[in-house]
Structures are given as C-alpha cells and as structure tokens.
Design a protein around this ligand. Structure first.
Ligand code: B1M
Length: 207
C-alpha cells in the first residue's frame, strides 16, 4: 500500500479505488499533504501532460477529475477541520468561461477550515456576480480562480469591476497559469500558487 496506489487509481479513472486508497493512507497515518500533492494532484498533473501530448482527451480528463474528487471528498473533513471562530467572509469562484473547479474547491475547503465564511459561486462566474455577491455578503475578500490562459482576462475584468464599484473588498487570484506578475499587472491585491498559500494570504489581508 502506498501513495502510488492513489496516483494509479486516478490515472486509471477508478473513483472507488481512489477513495478507498485515500482512506487507507489516512488510516495508516500518512501525511495529508503528501496524499494530496503526491497522490491526487500529482496524478492530475500527469493527466494534463498526457492531454498536452495527445495521449488523452477531454472525456478522460473528466473521468480522472471525478476520481480525484472521490479522493478529495475523503480528505474534505480533515481539510475543513480546525478553528471554528469566524475570521471573515470570502466570495470565491472560477471566472467567466472557465469550468475547472477542483483547485478552486480545494482553496474553498481550506479557507473554511481556517475559519472563514466562504460563499462559493461555482464556475463560469461573471464579474457582475462577483461584485453583487461580495456587496450583499459584505465580503472581505473576492478570490478568483482560472486554469486557462484564455480566461485570465476575465480576472482583470472582475478586478476592474470591483474597483469601479468603489468597493473596499480585496481581490486575490490563483490557478495554474496565473503568476504574481499578472496579479501586479491587473491590480489584484494578492496571488498564491496553491491553496495553503491562499489561506495565508487571506489571513494577512483581513488582519
Ligand atoms: Co482542462 N485544461 N480543459 N479540463 N485540465 C488544463 C488546465 C490544461 C493545462 C491541460 C493541458 O493542456 N495540459 C489546459 C489549459 C491550457 C492553457 O490554457 N494554458 C486545459 C484545457 C486546454 C482544457 C479545455 C480547453 C480542453 C478542450 O475542451 N479542448 C477545456 C476547457 C473547458 C472550460 O473550462 N471552458 C478543459 C476541460 C477540462 C475538464 C472539464 C475535462 C476537466 C475539469 C474538471 C473540473 O475541474 N471539474 C479538466 C481538467 C481536469 C484539467 C487538468 C488535467 C487538471 C486540472 C486540475 O483539476 N488540477 C489540467 C492540467 C493540469 O492542471 N495539470 C487541465 C488539480 C487542481 C488541484 O489543481 O486547479 O491547478 P489546480 O489548483 C491548484 C493551483 O492552481 C491553486 O491551488 C490548487 C492547488 O493547491 N489554485 C489557486 C487554483 N485556484 C486558485 C485560486 C487561488 C489560489 C490558488 O486564489 C483565489
């Protein structure tokens, strides 16, 4: 039994085995970050590589994503565990045109676990919805995720809409193609490469 079994189950699009092996590693006391990064996320990276080289196609990416989600569902209670004192409100979503939600869900879970009230707007969220929900919920932070280079401009549109609305809410961005340089360029208040970093960033911004 090893983390490699989780990796292999995701690559084999095997939801039941991905969930069972994730549970088995947790029961064996394996570090949750190792399960996440080396098992579940590592496998999705491999799937992405194979998609780039034409070995896999969209339906297979989707099946791998389902297997990864089955493993993530096992980890969710542990990721969301912790401090119950509420720290602030975060409105999160994947930007317009983009349907990738696994990384965004991970960020969302970890923020909940860190004690934030998280309003998750889902995927393909336009700038108006971000602005409207952040205003209604009196959010402290708007968190934007994008996985496609073609949807990164939607982040800029949203950051601009927030500024034009005269809101004091902070904006943070993340997702595989996004960089600190891009965050600086569009005037976002922060960028993180991963979910734990996003939590740290939000804590610092609302402190
Ligand atoms: Co898509 N896809 N996909 N896809 N897909 C990528 C992103 C791609 C890199 C694959 C590749 O070519 N190698 C490529 C993008 C190329 C580019 O633009 N540079 C790509 C493409 C091209 C596409 C389509 C256009 C394919 C097509 O139809 N021809 C299409 C677009 C659909 C759309 O969105 N409109 C498409 C569709 C899909 C599926 C629906 C099949 C499926 C998504 C299922 C789902 O999400 N429910 C899918 C998948 C699964 C992937 C890969 C394989 C895996 C993504 C993933 O979930 N990773 C991906 C390749 C890859 O990334 N290796 C790929 C695991 C996840 C935990 O990581 O989301 O990066 P990630 O999140 C990380 C960090 O980025 C960060 O934290 C997480 C880790 O801690 N993070 C944040 C994320 N959001 C953050 C926000 C923050 C802070 C950190 O603050 C707010």
């Amino acid at each position: 039994m090893s983390i490699q079994d989780i990796f292999n189950a995701v690559i084999a699009f095997d939801e039941a085995t991905a969930a069972a092996k994730t549970q088995a590693e947790l029961d064996a006391g394996t570090d949750i970050n190792a399960i996440l990064n080396d098992g579940l996320i590592g496998a999705m990276d491999e799937v992405g590589e194979k998609f780039s080289t034409g070995e896999l196609f969209v339906p297979e990416m989707l099946m791998a994503a389902q297997a990864m989600k089955a493993g993530l569902a096992i980890l969710k209670p542990l990721l969301a565990e912790g401090n119950t004192q509420r720290k602030g409100t975060v409105v999160i979503g994947t930007v317009k045109g983009d349907l990738h939600d696994i990384g965004k869900n991970l960020v969302s879970m970890m923020m909940e676990g860190a004690g934030f009230d998280v309003i998750d707007l889902g995927v393909d969220v336009d700038s108006e919805a971000f602005v409207k929900n952040a205003a209604e919920k009196k959010a402290d932070v708007i968190a934007l995720s994008a996985l496609l280079t073609t949807t990164m401009p939607a982040m800029e549109t949203t950051v601009k809409a927030v500024k034009e609305a005269g809101m004091s809410v902070k904006t943070i961005i993340g997702g595989a193609p996004v960089t600190q340089a891009f965050a600086d360029q569009i005037g976002a208040d922060g960028y993180s490469a991963d979910a734990p970093g996003a939590v740290k960033l939000v804590k610092a911004l609302v402190a």
